[in-house]
Design a protein around this ligand. Structure first.
Ligand SMILES: Nc1ncnc2c1ncn2[C@@H]1O[C@H](COP(=O)(O)OP(=O)(O)OP(=O)(O)O)[C@@H](O)[C@H]1O
Ligand SMILES: O=C(O)[C@@H](O)C(=O)CO
Length: 425
Protein backbone atom coordinates (compact mmCIF):
# COMPACT_ATOMS: atom_id res chain seq x y z
CA UNK A 1 0.00 0.00 0.00
CA UNK A 2 1.43 3.39 -1.00
CA UNK A 3 -0.49 6.23 0.56
CA UNK A 4 -1.31 9.30 -1.47
CA UNK A 5 -2.05 11.17 1.75
CA UNK A 6 -1.21 10.55 5.40
CA UNK A 7 -3.16 12.27 8.18
CA UNK A 8 -2.75 12.57 11.93
CA UNK A 9 -5.86 13.79 13.77
CA UNK A 10 -5.66 15.16 17.31
CA UNK A 11 -9.03 13.66 18.27
CA UNK A 12 -11.32 10.89 17.09
CA UNK A 13 -14.33 12.93 15.99
CA UNK A 14 -12.00 15.23 14.08
CA UNK A 15 -10.51 12.16 12.43
CA UNK A 16 -13.90 10.89 11.30
CA UNK A 17 -14.76 14.38 10.05
CA UNK A 18 -11.60 14.36 7.94
CA UNK A 19 -12.08 10.74 6.80
CA UNK A 20 -15.59 11.72 5.71
CA UNK A 21 -14.31 14.71 3.72
CA UNK A 22 -11.60 12.66 2.00
CA UNK A 23 -14.07 9.88 1.14
CA UNK A 24 -16.58 12.35 -0.31
CA UNK A 25 -13.78 13.85 -2.40
CA UNK A 26 -13.04 10.39 -3.86
CA UNK A 27 -10.15 9.07 -1.73
CA UNK A 28 -10.48 5.53 -0.39
CA UNK A 29 -9.90 6.26 3.29
CA UNK A 30 -9.59 4.34 6.53
CA UNK A 31 -9.55 5.84 10.02
CA UNK A 32 -7.32 4.02 12.50
CA UNK A 33 -7.34 4.41 16.25
CA UNK A 34 -3.75 5.16 17.11
CA UNK A 35 -0.88 3.83 15.03
CA UNK A 36 -2.17 0.53 13.58
CA UNK A 37 -0.77 -2.73 14.86
CA UNK A 38 1.16 -4.67 12.21
CA UNK A 39 -1.48 -7.40 12.14
CA UNK A 40 -4.45 -5.06 11.51
CA UNK A 41 -5.80 -5.98 8.09
CA UNK A 42 -6.28 -2.68 6.29
CA UNK A 43 -8.03 -2.49 2.95
CA UNK A 44 -6.24 -1.00 -0.07
CA UNK A 45 -6.66 2.76 0.48
CA UNK A 46 -5.43 6.14 -0.75
CA UNK A 47 -5.44 7.81 2.67
CA UNK A 48 -5.09 6.77 6.29
CA UNK A 49 -6.25 9.05 9.10
CA UNK A 50 -4.47 8.03 12.31
CA UNK A 51 -6.67 9.19 15.20
CA UNK A 52 -4.91 10.30 18.34
CA UNK A 53 -6.39 11.61 21.55
CA UNK A 54 -3.74 14.30 21.78
CA UNK A 55 -5.61 17.60 21.73
CA UNK A 56 -5.78 18.14 25.47
CA UNK A 57 -2.91 16.05 26.83
CA UNK A 58 0.52 17.24 27.94
CA UNK A 59 2.35 18.75 24.94
CA UNK A 60 5.40 16.46 25.16
CA UNK A 61 3.20 13.39 24.99
CA UNK A 62 1.24 14.82 22.06
CA UNK A 63 4.53 15.37 20.23
CA UNK A 64 5.78 11.81 20.88
CA UNK A 65 2.53 10.23 19.72
CA UNK A 66 2.24 12.46 16.64
CA UNK A 67 5.83 11.68 15.66
CA UNK A 68 5.15 7.94 15.90
CA UNK A 69 2.10 8.36 13.67
CA UNK A 70 4.08 10.42 11.17
CA UNK A 71 6.80 7.77 11.02
CA UNK A 72 4.20 5.06 10.32
CA UNK A 73 2.53 7.13 7.58
CA UNK A 74 5.79 8.09 5.89
CA UNK A 75 6.80 4.43 6.06
CA UNK A 76 3.68 3.66 3.97
CA UNK A 77 4.74 6.10 1.29
CA UNK A 78 2.91 9.28 2.37
CA UNK A 79 4.93 12.15 0.96
CA UNK A 80 2.47 14.65 2.45
CA UNK A 81 1.16 14.51 6.00
CA UNK A 82 -1.76 16.63 7.19
CA UNK A 83 -1.91 17.28 10.92
CA UNK A 84 -5.70 17.58 11.46
CA UNK A 85 -6.67 20.00 14.19
CA UNK A 86 -10.05 21.37 15.17
CA UNK A 87 -11.78 23.88 12.90
CA UNK A 88 -12.12 26.07 15.99
CA UNK A 89 -8.35 25.80 16.65
CA UNK A 90 -8.93 24.21 20.08
CA UNK A 91 -5.68 24.62 22.01
CA UNK A 92 -4.06 26.57 24.83
CA UNK A 93 -0.87 28.63 25.06
CA UNK A 94 0.89 25.40 26.07
CA UNK A 95 -0.16 23.69 22.83
CA UNK A 96 -0.74 21.32 21.37
CA UNK A 97 -0.96 22.66 17.82
CA UNK A 98 2.32 24.61 17.94
CA UNK A 99 4.53 21.97 19.60
CA UNK A 100 3.28 19.16 17.34
CA UNK A 101 3.65 21.31 14.22
CA UNK A 102 7.20 22.28 15.25
CA UNK A 103 8.20 18.65 15.83
CA UNK A 104 6.69 17.32 12.59
CA UNK A 105 8.27 20.20 10.68
CA UNK A 106 11.69 19.39 12.14
CA UNK A 107 11.22 15.72 11.27
CA UNK A 108 10.38 16.33 7.62
CA UNK A 109 12.75 19.27 7.11
CA UNK A 110 10.02 21.59 5.83
CA UNK A 111 10.95 25.29 5.60
CA UNK A 112 7.42 26.62 5.99
CA UNK A 113 4.08 25.02 6.84
CA UNK A 114 0.65 26.19 5.70
CA UNK A 115 -1.91 26.35 8.53
CA UNK A 116 -5.66 26.89 8.21
CA UNK A 117 -8.64 25.62 10.23
CA UNK A 118 -11.07 26.99 7.60
CA UNK A 119 -13.98 24.63 6.85
CA UNK A 120 -16.59 26.77 5.06
CA UNK A 121 -19.17 23.97 4.93
CA UNK A 122 -19.47 24.25 8.72
CA UNK A 123 -19.13 28.04 8.85
CA UNK A 124 -15.43 28.20 9.78
CA UNK A 125 -13.67 30.85 7.71
CA UNK A 126 -10.36 32.67 8.13
CA UNK A 127 -9.88 36.27 7.07
CA UNK A 128 -6.77 38.36 7.80
CA UNK A 129 -5.73 35.51 10.06
CA UNK A 130 -8.90 35.82 12.18
CA UNK A 131 -11.06 32.75 12.60
CA UNK A 132 -14.81 33.22 12.30
CA UNK A 133 -17.36 30.70 13.58
CA UNK A 134 -20.42 31.50 11.52
CA UNK A 135 -20.90 35.26 11.69
CA UNK A 136 -18.80 35.94 14.80
CA UNK A 137 -15.09 35.92 15.59
CA UNK A 138 -13.88 32.83 17.48
CA UNK A 139 -13.54 34.72 20.78
CA UNK A 140 -17.21 35.77 20.65
CA UNK A 141 -18.46 32.30 19.68
CA UNK A 142 -19.57 29.59 22.15
CA UNK A 143 -15.94 28.39 22.08
CA UNK A 144 -15.17 31.09 24.64
CA UNK A 145 -16.85 28.74 27.14
CA UNK A 146 -15.27 25.46 26.03
CA UNK A 147 -14.80 23.19 29.08
CA UNK A 148 -11.17 22.29 28.27
CA UNK A 149 -9.76 25.01 26.03
CA UNK A 150 -11.74 28.25 26.11
CA UNK A 151 -10.75 30.34 23.06
CA UNK A 152 -10.31 34.03 23.85
CA UNK A 153 -8.33 35.27 20.83
CA UNK A 154 -9.54 34.99 17.24
CA UNK A 155 -6.23 36.08 15.69
CA UNK A 156 -4.57 32.78 14.78
CA UNK A 157 -1.22 34.34 13.93
CA UNK A 158 -1.01 35.46 17.56
CA UNK A 159 -2.52 32.24 18.95
CA UNK A 160 -0.09 30.01 17.05
CA UNK A 161 2.93 32.25 17.77
CA UNK A 162 2.30 31.82 21.50
CA UNK A 163 2.52 28.03 21.11
CA UNK A 164 5.26 27.62 18.54
CA UNK A 165 9.05 27.98 18.48
CA UNK A 166 8.90 29.46 15.00
CA UNK A 167 7.74 32.88 13.85
CA UNK A 168 4.28 32.85 12.28
CA UNK A 169 3.26 34.82 9.18
CA UNK A 170 0.07 35.39 7.18
CA UNK A 171 -0.95 34.63 3.61
CA UNK A 172 -3.98 36.85 3.15
CA UNK A 173 -7.12 36.28 1.09
CA UNK A 174 -6.06 38.74 -1.60
CA UNK A 175 -3.00 36.56 -2.26
CA UNK A 176 -5.02 33.34 -2.23
CA UNK A 177 -7.47 34.87 -4.70
CA UNK A 178 -4.59 35.62 -7.10
CA UNK A 179 -3.86 31.89 -7.30
CA UNK A 180 -1.20 29.27 -6.69
CA UNK A 181 1.78 31.25 -8.05
CA UNK A 182 0.96 34.21 -5.78
CA UNK A 183 0.67 31.90 -2.75
CA UNK A 184 3.98 30.18 -3.58
CA UNK A 185 5.71 33.55 -3.96
CA UNK A 186 4.36 34.78 -0.62
CA UNK A 187 5.51 31.56 1.09
CA UNK A 188 9.02 31.98 -0.33
CA UNK A 189 9.06 35.56 0.92
CA UNK A 190 8.01 34.49 4.43
CA UNK A 191 10.43 31.53 4.50
CA UNK A 192 13.29 33.82 3.47
CA UNK A 193 12.59 35.85 6.62
CA UNK A 194 12.92 32.70 8.75
CA UNK A 195 9.17 32.36 9.27
CA UNK A 196 8.31 28.66 9.64
CA UNK A 197 4.50 28.70 9.65
CA UNK A 198 1.94 30.69 7.69
CA UNK A 199 -1.71 31.00 8.63
CA UNK A 200 -3.55 31.17 5.32
CA UNK A 201 -6.95 32.79 4.79
CA UNK A 202 -9.80 30.82 3.22
CA UNK A 203 -13.46 31.75 2.94
CA UNK A 204 -14.73 29.53 0.12
CA UNK A 205 -13.97 25.98 -1.02
CA UNK A 206 -12.24 27.41 -4.09
CA UNK A 207 -9.69 29.06 -1.75
CA UNK A 208 -9.05 25.65 -0.22
CA UNK A 209 -8.55 24.17 -3.70
CA UNK A 210 -5.82 26.74 -4.36
CA UNK A 211 -4.31 25.99 -0.96
CA UNK A 212 -4.47 22.22 -1.59
CA UNK A 213 -2.56 22.58 -4.87
CA UNK A 214 0.23 24.49 -3.12
CA UNK A 215 0.26 22.50 0.13
CA UNK A 216 0.35 19.14 -1.66
CA UNK A 217 3.83 19.95 -2.98
CA UNK A 218 5.06 20.42 0.59
CA UNK A 219 5.72 17.65 3.12
CA UNK A 220 3.41 18.90 5.90
CA UNK A 221 0.32 20.99 6.45
CA UNK A 222 -1.81 21.81 9.48
CA UNK A 223 -5.55 22.37 9.39
CA UNK A 224 -9.10 21.10 9.59
CA UNK A 225 -11.21 19.23 7.06
CA UNK A 226 -11.20 22.16 4.63
CA UNK A 227 -7.53 21.80 3.80
CA UNK A 228 -8.16 18.04 3.59
CA UNK A 229 -10.74 18.83 0.91
CA UNK A 230 -8.21 20.98 -0.95
CA UNK A 231 -5.50 18.31 -0.76
CA UNK A 232 -7.89 15.56 -1.86
CA UNK A 233 -9.19 17.55 -4.82
CA UNK A 234 -5.61 18.31 -5.87
CA UNK A 235 -4.75 14.60 -5.75
CA UNK A 236 -7.78 13.71 -7.85
CA UNK A 237 -7.33 16.55 -10.38
CA UNK A 238 -3.65 15.66 -10.87
CA UNK A 239 -4.58 12.01 -11.54
CA UNK A 240 -2.48 10.79 -8.57
CA UNK A 241 -5.68 9.27 -7.18
CA UNK A 242 -8.41 7.84 -9.37
CA UNK A 243 -11.57 9.12 -7.70
CA UNK A 244 -13.54 6.00 -6.80
CA UNK A 245 -14.40 5.99 -3.11
CA UNK A 246 -18.09 5.77 -2.33
CA UNK A 247 -18.36 4.87 1.32
CA UNK A 248 -20.97 2.27 0.32
CA UNK A 249 -19.11 -0.74 1.79
CA UNK A 250 -19.60 0.64 5.28
CA UNK A 251 -23.38 0.82 4.94
CA UNK A 252 -24.35 -2.83 5.50
CA UNK A 253 -26.93 -2.95 8.38
CA UNK A 254 -25.92 -4.48 11.73
CA UNK A 255 -29.24 -4.30 13.64
CA UNK A 256 -29.45 -4.67 17.42
CA UNK A 257 -30.18 -2.08 20.10
CA UNK A 258 -29.03 1.52 19.67
CA UNK A 259 -27.90 4.13 22.19
CA UNK A 260 -26.54 7.68 22.27
CA UNK A 261 -24.01 9.16 24.69
CA UNK A 262 -23.34 12.89 25.01
CA UNK A 263 -20.39 14.40 26.89
CA UNK A 264 -20.11 17.49 24.74
CA UNK A 265 -21.34 20.67 26.42
CA UNK A 266 -21.45 22.72 23.22
CA UNK A 267 -24.50 24.81 22.41
CA UNK A 268 -25.19 22.61 19.40
CA UNK A 269 -25.19 19.42 21.50
CA UNK A 270 -27.39 20.96 24.20
CA UNK A 271 -29.95 21.88 21.53
CA UNK A 272 -29.76 18.41 19.94
CA UNK A 273 -30.32 16.80 23.34
CA UNK A 274 -33.33 18.99 24.03
CA UNK A 275 -34.84 17.84 20.72
CA UNK A 276 -33.98 14.19 21.42
CA UNK A 277 -35.96 14.38 24.70
CA UNK A 278 -39.12 14.54 22.58
CA UNK A 279 -38.49 11.20 20.87
CA UNK A 280 -36.40 9.01 23.18
CA UNK A 281 -35.80 8.47 26.89
CA UNK A 282 -32.94 10.63 28.19
CA UNK A 283 -30.93 10.17 31.39
CA UNK A 284 -28.95 13.16 32.67
CA UNK A 285 -25.92 12.02 34.67
CA UNK A 286 -25.22 13.67 37.99
CA UNK A 287 -21.54 14.82 38.00
CA UNK A 288 -21.53 15.02 41.81
CA UNK A 289 -22.41 11.32 42.03
CA UNK A 290 -19.59 10.57 39.61
CA UNK A 291 -17.14 11.98 42.14
CA UNK A 292 -18.78 11.18 45.46
CA UNK A 293 -20.54 7.85 45.17
CA UNK A 294 -18.69 6.56 42.08
CA UNK A 295 -21.74 4.48 41.13
CA UNK A 296 -23.13 6.71 38.40
CA UNK A 297 -22.21 4.35 35.56
CA UNK A 298 -23.96 1.42 37.26
CA UNK A 299 -27.02 3.57 37.95
CA UNK A 300 -27.12 4.62 34.27
CA UNK A 301 -26.80 1.04 33.06
CA UNK A 302 -29.54 -0.12 35.41
CA UNK A 303 -31.73 2.63 33.91
CA UNK A 304 -30.79 1.75 30.32
CA UNK A 305 -30.91 -2.06 30.20
CA UNK A 306 -34.68 -2.56 30.56
CA UNK A 307 -35.31 0.18 27.98
CA UNK A 308 -32.98 -1.03 25.20
CA UNK A 309 -35.53 -3.37 23.63
CA UNK A 310 -38.01 -0.51 23.22
CA UNK A 311 -35.80 1.70 21.02
CA UNK A 312 -32.88 4.11 21.22
CA UNK A 313 -32.06 6.10 24.36
CA UNK A 314 -29.67 8.88 25.30
CA UNK A 315 -27.40 9.22 28.34
CA UNK A 316 -25.78 12.63 28.80
CA UNK A 317 -23.39 14.40 31.15
CA UNK A 318 -23.69 17.58 29.08
CA UNK A 319 -24.57 20.70 31.04
CA UNK A 320 -24.77 24.47 30.64
CA UNK A 321 -21.58 26.57 30.92
CA UNK A 322 -22.62 27.65 34.45
CA UNK A 323 -23.10 24.06 35.63
CA UNK A 324 -19.82 22.99 34.02
CA UNK A 325 -18.01 25.87 35.73
CA UNK A 326 -19.46 24.84 39.10
CA UNK A 327 -18.23 21.24 38.68
CA UNK A 328 -14.82 22.42 37.50
CA UNK A 329 -14.31 24.84 40.38
CA UNK A 330 -15.08 22.03 42.80
CA UNK A 331 -13.01 19.21 41.25
CA UNK A 332 -10.60 20.92 38.82
CA UNK A 333 -11.04 21.22 35.05
CA UNK A 334 -8.94 18.27 33.92
CA UNK A 335 -9.96 15.95 36.76
CA UNK A 336 -13.64 16.69 36.12
CA UNK A 337 -13.29 16.12 32.38
CA UNK A 338 -11.36 12.89 32.85
CA UNK A 339 -13.72 11.41 35.45
CA UNK A 340 -16.79 12.15 33.35
CA UNK A 341 -15.15 10.73 30.22
CA UNK A 342 -14.27 7.52 32.07
CA UNK A 343 -17.84 7.23 33.33
CA UNK A 344 -19.04 7.53 29.74
CA UNK A 345 -16.57 4.81 28.75
CA UNK A 346 -17.87 2.56 31.57
CA UNK A 347 -21.41 3.12 30.33
CA UNK A 348 -20.47 2.43 26.70
CA UNK A 349 -18.76 -0.81 27.70
CA UNK A 350 -21.80 -1.90 29.71
CA UNK A 351 -24.15 -1.04 26.86
CA UNK A 352 -22.14 -3.05 24.36
CA UNK A 353 -22.07 -5.98 26.81
CA UNK A 354 -25.86 -5.66 26.85
CA UNK A 355 -26.01 -6.03 23.07
CA UNK A 356 -25.81 -2.45 21.76
CA UNK A 357 -24.21 -2.46 18.31
CA UNK A 358 -25.22 1.02 17.13
CA UNK A 359 -23.74 3.82 19.18
CA UNK A 360 -23.81 7.59 18.67
CA UNK A 361 -21.32 9.61 20.75
CA UNK A 362 -21.24 13.41 20.99
CA UNK A 363 -17.95 15.13 21.85
CA UNK A 364 -14.37 14.55 20.77
CA UNK A 365 -12.83 13.73 24.14
CA UNK A 366 -15.88 11.69 25.07
CA UNK A 367 -15.66 9.73 21.80
CA UNK A 368 -11.96 9.11 22.43
CA UNK A 369 -12.63 7.62 25.86
CA UNK A 370 -15.47 5.45 24.52
CA UNK A 371 -13.67 4.13 21.43
CA UNK A 372 -10.54 3.36 23.46
CA UNK A 373 -12.56 1.43 26.02
CA UNK A 374 -14.28 -0.57 23.27
CA UNK A 375 -10.82 -1.32 21.82
CA UNK A 376 -11.93 -0.57 18.27
CA UNK A 377 -8.82 -0.47 16.04
CA UNK A 378 -10.28 1.36 13.05
CA UNK A 379 -13.25 2.48 10.97
CA UNK A 380 -14.51 2.52 7.43
CA UNK A 381 -16.50 5.58 6.41
CA UNK A 382 -20.18 5.24 5.50
CA UNK A 383 -23.02 7.65 4.76
CA UNK A 384 -22.78 11.30 5.79
CA UNK A 385 -25.18 12.17 8.63
CA UNK A 386 -24.30 15.88 8.73
CA UNK A 387 -21.38 17.96 7.53
CA UNK A 388 -18.30 16.41 9.14
CA UNK A 389 -20.09 13.43 10.70
CA UNK A 390 -20.22 10.09 8.88
CA UNK A 391 -21.57 6.71 9.90
CA UNK A 392 -18.54 4.60 10.85
CA UNK A 393 -18.25 0.84 10.56
CA UNK A 394 -15.82 -0.63 13.06
CA UNK A 395 -13.09 -2.83 11.59
CA UNK A 396 -11.36 -5.44 13.73
CA UNK A 397 -13.68 -4.90 16.74
CA UNK A 398 -13.89 -7.78 19.25
CA UNK A 399 -17.71 -7.58 19.24
CA UNK A 400 -17.93 -8.02 15.48
CA UNK A 401 -19.88 -5.62 13.24
CA UNK A 402 -20.74 -2.31 14.91
CA UNK A 403 -21.82 1.09 13.64
CA UNK A 404 -20.78 4.27 15.40
CA UNK A 405 -21.21 7.98 14.82
CA UNK A 406 -18.68 10.23 16.54
CA UNK A 407 -20.01 13.78 16.53
CA UNK A 408 -17.76 16.76 17.02
CA UNK A 409 -19.35 18.90 19.70
CA UNK A 410 -20.36 21.76 17.43
CA UNK A 411 -21.49 19.72 14.43
CA UNK A 412 -24.85 18.41 13.30
CA UNK A 413 -28.33 19.84 12.85
CA UNK A 414 -30.95 20.24 15.59
CA UNK A 415 -32.25 16.67 15.08
CA UNK A 416 -28.80 15.12 14.94
CA UNK A 417 -29.49 12.10 17.15
CA UNK A 418 -32.52 10.97 15.15
CA UNK A 419 -30.77 11.83 11.87
CA UNK A 420 -27.86 9.60 12.89
CA UNK A 421 -30.00 6.67 14.02
CA UNK A 422 -32.01 6.90 10.81
CA UNK A 423 -28.85 6.09 8.83
CA UNK A 424 -27.50 3.48 11.25
CA UNK A 425 -29.57 0.39 10.56
N1 LIG B 1 -21.38 18.30 33.37
C1 LIG B 1 -20.07 18.45 33.10
N2 LIG B 1 -19.28 19.18 33.92
C2 LIG B 1 -17.95 19.32 33.64
N3 LIG B 1 -17.33 18.78 32.58
C3 LIG B 1 -18.09 18.04 31.75
C4 LIG B 1 -19.48 17.83 31.95
N4 LIG B 1 -19.95 17.05 30.97
C5 LIG B 1 -18.91 16.77 30.18
N5 LIG B 1 -17.79 17.35 30.64
C6 LIG B 1 -16.44 17.26 30.04
O1 LIG B 1 -16.35 18.27 29.04
C7 LIG B 1 -15.48 17.79 28.00
C8 LIG B 1 -16.23 17.89 26.69
O2 LIG B 1 -15.32 17.64 25.67
P1 LIG B 1 -15.68 16.85 24.37
O3 LIG B 1 -14.46 16.91 23.51
O4 LIG B 1 -16.23 15.51 24.66
O5 LIG B 1 -16.85 17.71 23.72
P2 LIG B 1 -16.67 18.97 22.76
O6 LIG B 1 -15.44 19.73 23.17
O7 LIG B 1 -17.96 19.70 22.72
O8 LIG B 1 -16.45 18.26 21.39
P3 LIG B 1 -15.32 18.52 20.28
O9 LIG B 1 -13.98 18.39 20.95
O10 LIG B 1 -15.59 17.42 19.33
O11 LIG B 1 -15.58 19.88 19.74
C9 LIG B 1 -15.12 16.35 28.35
O12 LIG B 1 -13.85 16.30 28.99
C10 LIG B 1 -16.25 15.97 29.31
O13 LIG B 1 -15.91 14.91 30.18
O1 LIG C 1 -12.65 20.33 12.84
C1 LIG C 1 -13.61 20.19 13.59
O2 LIG C 1 -14.31 21.13 14.02
C2 LIG C 1 -13.90 18.82 14.08
O3 LIG C 1 -13.49 17.86 13.18
C3 LIG C 1 -13.19 18.60 15.36
O4 LIG C 1 -12.02 18.32 15.35
C4 LIG C 1 -13.94 18.81 16.62
O5 LIG C 1 -13.44 18.00 17.63
Amino acid sequence: MTLALGCIADDYTGASDLANTLTRAGLRTVQTIGVPADDLALPEVDAVVVSLKSRSIEAGLAVTRSRAAEKWLRGRGASHVLFKICSTFDSTDAGNIGPVMDALRDDCGEAIVLVTPAFPETGRTVYQGNLFVGAVPLNESPLKNHPLNPMHDSNLVRVLARQSRTKVGLVDLATVTRGTEAVRARLSELAAKGIGAAVIDAVFDRDLETIGLVAGAHRLSVGASGIGLGLARALVSSGKVTSNASGADAGVPVGGPAACLAGSCSQATLQQMANAERVMPVLHLDPIRIFKDKDEAQRALAWARPRLADGPLLIASSATPEAVAAVQSRYGRDAAGHAIEQTMADIAEGLVQSGVRRLVVAGGETSGAVVDRLKIPGFLVGAEIAAGVPVLRAVGAEEGPMLLALKSGNFGGPEFFTDALGLMR
